[in-house]
Each structure stands twice: as C-alpha cells, then as structure tokens.
Design a protein around this ligand. Structure first.
Ligand code: SF4
Length: 483
C-alpha cells in the first residue's frame, strides 16, 4: 500500500478527535507532492528523485530568468485581462493594444522589482537585455492567449491567478497559474514561460497541466479525475496546446502513479519506477548528476567504495532523511485540517480547530502597503477578538467562499508581525501581491501553516555530496602543509 493510502487509513480508522489525529500525524510522513514534481516523475522517476530527494537544483539560464519575470507579470494582470474581456472586443489587435496599455503600471512594478533583484548579480547592459527578453516573452505568451481564448470565449465570471491549492487527501499541492471560471465550466491554464519550445503530448507540460487540473477539480468539489467541466490549456510562446480530456487516459494514470511514487520517495521508501527510454537520457539536463549518483550506488552495492567514501555516503543520506522529516512536518497542519473537516463536517470541524488554536475566524482584510524596498507587504487584518496567534506564526489567509474546500480557497500566506488588540499585522512576500488583491477587502479565515524551507537545505547537501572528494583533497593538502 502506498504511503499516502496508509496515512489516511490510519487516520480514518483509529483517530476520533483533534488530539488523537494529531498524535497519528506526528508519526506519519505528511508530505505533499507538488504538481511540478509529479510531472517530472512522469518523465523519469529518477529525475524527480534527484530533485526532491538528492537536492539537485533546477537548471535555469537566462531564458528561464526572462520567463520567470514574464510569468510574474502575466500573473499580476489577471484583473486587467478580466476588465478587457468584459468589453467584448472582437479584434485581436485591439484587444492586445488595450491589454498592453492597461497592463503598463502593473508591469512597471514587476519589472522594477525584477531590476532590483537582477542588480545583485548582473550589471548595466545585461540587466537591460534580460528585461527586454522578459518583455518579448510576455508579449509572445499574451498573443496566443488573446487569439485562442479571449476571442473564442465569452467574458468569464471570474479569473483566479497563482492560486495555491492543497488536497491533503491525495497528498498533492500546486500553485495554478490561472483558473478561468465560466457559468458551468472552467479552464485550467499554465503559462509555459520558461522556454520557447512548444508544449506537446506526453511532455512535462502535459503532465503538469493534468496534475494542476486535478487540483482545480478538487476546488470545484468534483472528483479529481472528472474533467468533464475542466478544459486544460498550456500557453507557450506564440502557441497554444490543448490536450484531450484526460479522463480514462494513460496520461492521467501515469500522473496518479507518479504522485504515489514521489510521496513514497519523500517518505524514504525504497521504490522503483518505470525508467525512461534511453533517448530521453541523452537530452536530459540532469545527465551528469544522474550518472554521479548511479555510479556511486553501483560502487556501493559492489563493495567498491573505500571505508571513508562509505562513511561519507552514509552521513549524507542520514542528513537527507533528517531534512525530509522536517519537510513532512511543514505540511502537518494541512493534513490535520483536512482530516478534521472530513470527519466532523465544516462547522463542527472549524469549531474544534478553533479550540486548539489552529484556526481563527471573523477577520477582515482592511488594507495593505509595500515596505520601502518593495520586498514585502504589510497587511492589516481586523478582528473582533484578541488573537491567540503569536508573532512569527505563519498563517494562511483564506477568503470566505461558498462550496469550496478550505485549503482550495483564494488565499495568501503571511507571517504574524504584530498582534494588536483589534487584529493582526502580517508581512507577506512581495511576489504574492496579486494574491492579496484577489482576497481583497473581504472576510477571511486564518489557519496555521508552515513554509517548507528544506529545498535549499537539500541543495546544500547535494553540493557537499558531489564535491566532498575535492574538499577532502584540499583539507589533506592544508593538513599536509600544517603538519
Ligand atoms: S539521465 Fe535518464 S535516468 Fe537519469 S534522470 Fe535523466 S532521464 Fe532519468
């Protein structure tokens, strides 16, 4: 039985109250698999293992950097898109002009923030070149969106951007680039901004949009595999990819299997996945890291490692398991919330979670403002009671929405900066300002959460693991000279 099935079997069969469930969860590997990791595991399980277990960092050159800036700008103009769509213009050029004109002030904020970040690593002309590249990428993605979506569909009811959805029941989470909601159906959309290559069938982007679509189905209280009302769309530079309805296809089956594989792998289980065709390895960007770890593994099972290498390997693996334990803890609240709400229903479940201080109700977002360097935002939440939360607690702020699971609502995450007699002041990472705007000045519910900081830690372990022989040589030389 997979790890995730076992966790839920234990919770559903033995626990009966918040504290009992918490006790079960304390011994469980409460991981969440991101849609991007699931897509990676669909292509090659070992590739996902390299990223999420070994800590190999993602590859990204200038192209990816430009794409990331364009992506941030596209996510931020969701309301501009909605406003222009509402005008029901029929000419694609007019729509593009209108969008570009109205998007200018928002793009200015995004590009200025990007310039500040870039100036820490690059100088003058290089920064200019990257920002120009980002602007070109922005246009190249907006154009197919206008031609194929805005022109062909009536104005939607709602556009949601960068929505973080957690489905702890299936151990899955992801930040969806865009959900476009119409009266009786919705579009789940990904901006493929990181590269200019077209998205295609059975590619990373195909699997990722299916995984994200499953989260969107969860938000709208449908079976996660029921895509009858959910159209999937991937926009890439100057093109669009619309996969067939994935219900009942091999691709969907592959996504489910990859999710279980990744969760088992994160839980430290020894699992084997279906290896890719050799031609994929030839083009794989992780080829050298893959070769390094595979060769080391082979040497280990053949007994070819020196005692020192064997001990070093054991220590690095131990550090990785410890780090992954921390990762599991960072998602424990999401499992608890889902378990309690499933068991007791919404009203009673929320009351129970309030009693133990995991959830607080009756707040309203009053206002928000940037700090001096536009690095973070300060958000003021007005409440009608003294909060039990402490400074430094991380919370998810979710908009009150009918018929949407709590962990799939429009939300943003922030850290409590100050507890006041009539509310809270939160600090929120600057990139997520569109999320605050989407929540708007509305009633919200707060729930405790944690931020997963283990990725950087794993990357450090990978760096040390792949360089330890050189470090040993340097230390030996220094020791030799001192000696
Ligand atoms: S080189 Fe091949 S086996 Fe290794 S991670 Fe890449 S695709 Fe997977």
């Amino acid at each position: 039985m997979s790890e995730i099935k076992e966790i839920w079997k234990n919770i559903d069969s033995t626990a009966c109250d918040v504290r009992d469930i918490w006790r079960v969860l304390k011994h469980a590997k409460t991981h969440l698999a991101p849609s991007s990791g699931i897509a990676s595991a669909c292509l090659c399980p070992f590739r996902a293992r390299l990223r999420y277990f070994y800590g190999v960092p993602p590859k990204g050159g200038q192209e990816a950097l430009e794409g990331a800036i364009a992506h941030e700008a596209l996510s931020a103009i969701y309301q501009v898109i909605k406003d222009v769509w509402d005008l029901e213009l029929s000419n694609s050029e007019t729509i593009m002009n209108e969008l570009e004109e109205r998007a200018k002030p928002i793009k200015k904020i995004v590009f200025e923030r990007a310039r500040d970040r870039l100036s820490e690593r690059y100088f003058g002309d290089k920064i200019k070149e990257i920002l120009e590249g980002a602007n070109d990428r922005f246009i190249s993605l907006l154009k197919p969106f206008v031609d194929n979506i805005m022109i062909k569909y009536p104005p939607p009811k709602e556009i949601l951007s960068e929505l973080l959805i957690v489905n702890a029941r299936s151990g899955h989470h992801g930040r969806i680039d865009m959900i476009i909601k119409f009266n009786d159906h919705y579009i789940t959309l990904d901006w493929k901004s990181y590269s200019i290559d077209p998205a295609k069938s059975h590619s990373y982007d195909h699997y990722q949009i299916i995984a994200n679509g499953m989260l969107a189905n969860f938000r709208y209280m449908r079976e996660e595999k029921d895509f009858s009302r959910n159209k999937l769309v991937v926009i890439y530079p100057y093109g669009i990819y619309i996969p067939h309805n994935p219900s009942g296809t091999r691709a969907l089956e592959k996504v489910e299997k990859a999710r279980d594989y990744l969760l088992d792998c994160l839980a430290g289980r020894s699992v084997r996945g279906e290896m890719p065709a050799p031609q994929l390895c030839m083009a794989c960007e992780y080829y050298y890291e893959c070769k390094f770890y595979r060769e080391e593994y082979l040497a280990k099972i053949k007994g070819d490692l020196t005692p020192l290498a064997d001990e070093v390997l054991r220590l690095f693996f131990y550090r990785r398991y410890v780090t992954l334990e921390e990762r599991a803890v960072s998602h424990r609240y999401e499992y608890l919330i889902q378990a309690i709400l499933d068991k007791f229903g919404y009203e009673e479940g929320i009351r129970k979670l309030e009693d133990v201080g995991v959830v607080e109700r009756d707040y309203e977002v009053k206002n928000w403002s940037w700090d001096e360097n536009k690095e973070k935002l300060l958000v003021y939440l007005k409440g009608n009671h003294k909060s039990r939360l402490r400074r430094g607690t991380i919370i998810r702020v979710s908009k009150i929405e009918e018929n949407v699971p709590l962990l799939a609502r429009i939300n943003f995450t922030g850290t409590v900066e100050k507890v006041k007699s009539d509310g809270l002041i939160l600090s929120v990472y600057g990139r997520y300002w569109p999320n605050i705007e989407q929540v708007g000045r509305s009633s919200v519910i707060l729930s405790k959460t944690e931020i997963d900081l283990t990725r950087r830690e794993l990357e450090g372990i990978h760096f040390a693991h792949s360089h330890w022989k050189n470090i040993g040589m340097i230390l030996e030389m220094v020791g030799h000279q001192n000696g």
